[in-house]
Design a protein around this ligand. Structure first.
Ligand code: PLP
Length: 405
């Protein structure tokens, strides 16, 4: 084992018993390159971050220019930083109509915290709802929106008055009442195994929230920035949320999160008391410069549309594998957020391991050990699609050959 690898295991706090532990020296396009010269096709895009691919020059240049000008002049919200203001304005342009005030923060979980606090403060109500199998991050408020006892129990008691609704169950929406401050959901659940809302569910949810005056919060941390074939997943339904939460691809590869809403809602954070929600590093100008450059690439190269095309090709490949190999159960996806479901968790793990041995990075989801998620950069070319066709078939044949009945 190299010295660096030993130090990684010895000094860097570990989060899993079996980390990938690849020593990355460079990243370009959809590939990660390791010290031993191997090229890995990154089908997770750094977990939903590298939507435009790795190592884009435009982003590197924006980072270099901004870091020469200044890094951190003042806490969030006090001085005018050009990249932050420009990015807020551009985001207001791509978000739905009235959502035009952006609060920048550092990460997805922090942005979720901000959105939940805003819902409570704006409505003066306490009750919040999330959905079963949801994942919104690992800070206390965000963790409290998770229903999985495995991940909640070690940290209990969690934040009170956060309740869980059943996904795709229109009847359960009746529990959202006049004491409800807000309801948070991922438009497509990621860690829950790529669960897509049934027809009519979003409309019913929007209607119920409007009826009782609760804020509807879309967590677009994973689904935003072209991932599902539209700039934001919310564009798939004829409904608009009240607050949108963003992170991951928002920073173009640097840490950045944001929650955004209409002016009357977001205004509640500056009064009664003033400085009701503050952050030191939120909206860091270097992160904003990188994010803005990344958004420009997404728009210029029409990557949301490209995500739709790539996603359709990948989904038809996964579906044809399901027809051919009986140990596969089903495949689903929206744009470039896809899932391959197995009958048995052990086959799912084997598939992941064999793919890794063949230079493909993918992984199972947090709450489903029988589901593999694919969330590649939105720039895959025909060569990569052909490579995946060949390697996935080879891996499946291998599993079928050695599988116990
Ligand atoms: N929300 C969703 C939907 C996520 O997928 C994630 C992270 O995976 C988060 C929130 C938390 O984001 P972060 O890890 O930046 O705190």
């Amino acid at each position: 084992m190299s010295d660096l690898k030993q130090d990684f295991f010895r000094y860097v706090c570990q989060t899993s018993p079996e980390p990938m532990a690849l020593e990355i020296v460079c990243a370009e396009g959809p590939y990660l390159i390791t010290r031993d010269g191997r090229r890995y096709l990154d089908l997770l895009a750094g977990i939903g971050v590298a939507n435009i691919g790795h190592g884009r020059e435009e982003v590197q240049r924006a980072i270099a220019e901004q870091s020469q000008a200044y890094l951190h002049p003042m806490v969030y919200g006090e001085v005018i930083m050009e990249p932050q203001v420009r990015y807020a304005r551009r985001l207001a342009d791509v978000l739905p109509g009235e959502i035009d005030v952006i609060y920048f923060i550092n990460s997805g979980a922090e942005a979720v915290e901000g959105a939940l606090k805003t819902a409570r403060k704006f409505t003066g109500r306490q009750k919040l709802f999330s959905f079963d199998h949801a994942y919104h991050g690992d800070t206390f408020g965000a963790l409290s929106c998770q229903s999985e006892p495995l991940y909640r129990r070690p940290y209990e008691p969690v934040v009170p008055e956060i309740h869980v609704l059943r996904w795709n169950d229109v009847g359960d929406l009746e529990r959202i009442d006049c004491d409800t401050a807000g309801v948070i959901l991922e438009p497509v659940q990621g860690e829950g195994g790529v669960r897509i809302p049934d027809a009519g569910f979003m409309e019913a949810l929007r209607e119920r929230c409007t009826e009782v005056g609760a804020l509807l919060i879309f967590d677009e941390v994973m689904t935003g920035f072209g991932r599902t074939g539209r700039m934001f997943a919310l564009e798939h339904w004829p409904v608009a949320p009240d607050i949108v939460v963003m992170a991951k691809a928002l920073g173009g590869g640097l840490p950045l999160g944001a929650f955004a809403g209409p002016r009357p809602v977001m205004q509640c954070l500056s009064t009664d008391p003033p400085l009701a929600h503050v952050t030191t590093f939120g909206g860091n100008p270097v992160s904003c410069a990188a994010g803005l450059a990344a958004l420009e690439i997404l728009q210029k190269e029409h990557l949301p549309a490209r995500a739709k095309t790539i996603g359709e090709a990948l989904l038809s490949l996964l579906q044809s594998l399901c027809q051919e190999f009986a140990f596969l159960k089903t495949a689903r996806g929206l744009g470039c957020l896809l899932a391959l479901e197995f009958h048995r968790a052990e086959d799912c793990q084997k598939f992941t391991r064999l793919c890794m041995q063949n230079g493909i990075i993918l992984g199972w989801t947090l709450f489903r050990d029988d589901v593999i998620r694919l969330a590649p950069p939105l720039i895959l070319q025909e060569t990569e699609l052909q490579l995946l066709d060949r390697l996935f078939r080879q891996v499946c044949r291998d599993i079928a050959k050695h599988r116990a009945p």
